[in-house]
Design a binder for this molecule. Structure first.
Ligand SMILES: [Zn+2]
Length: 134
């Protein structure tokens, strides 16, 4: 888990399927790399003026948090991908990035093999274990 992989919206690129795919691998939301996935290049948060022009590091530095865009994103991820941007942001703001990264490490660790669980689908990259299935 690396600091640089935490996007302004609170997304952890280190648990994203695009970060691990072999073809057209996405280097992460914060990367300047042109190879970023289309959804990142067109991301409403990455292209938000507060982030882009005012150089805010995270959305909680913005006075209109949570904006409609962030709320929608958060809802989608809470429903489908076992995580919440707003919760992540609150954690980073209140407890600091290091503490957040430590929590993420535990949350996304495969209990079976110690591998990495991906938020999209909630399965382990190495053994396919479904961490969040009931
Ligand atoms: Zn595993």
């Amino acid at each position: 888990m690396e600091k640089e992989l935490i996007a302004p919206c609170g997304m952890n690129c280190g648990i994203c399927k695009f970060y691990y795919r072999e073809k057209n691998r996405c280097p992460g939301c914060r990367s300047e790399d042109e190879n970023k996935s289309k959804s990142v290049r067109e991301c409403i948060v990455i292209n938000c003026d507060v982030i882009k022009k005012n150089h805010a590091e995270f959305c909680f530095e913005c006075s209109s948090i949570p904006c409609k865009r962030l709320k929608n994103l958060d809802k989608r991820y809470r429903t489908k991908n076992h995580m919440s941007m707003l919760e992540n942001l609150a954690c980073i703001k209140e407890q600091g990035i290091d503490s957040f990264l430590e929590k993420e490490k535990q949350k996304w660790k495969c209990p079976k093999c110690g591998g990495m669980v991906i938020c999209h689908g909630g399965t382990c990259l190495q053994c396919g274990f479904e961490k969040f299935s009931n």
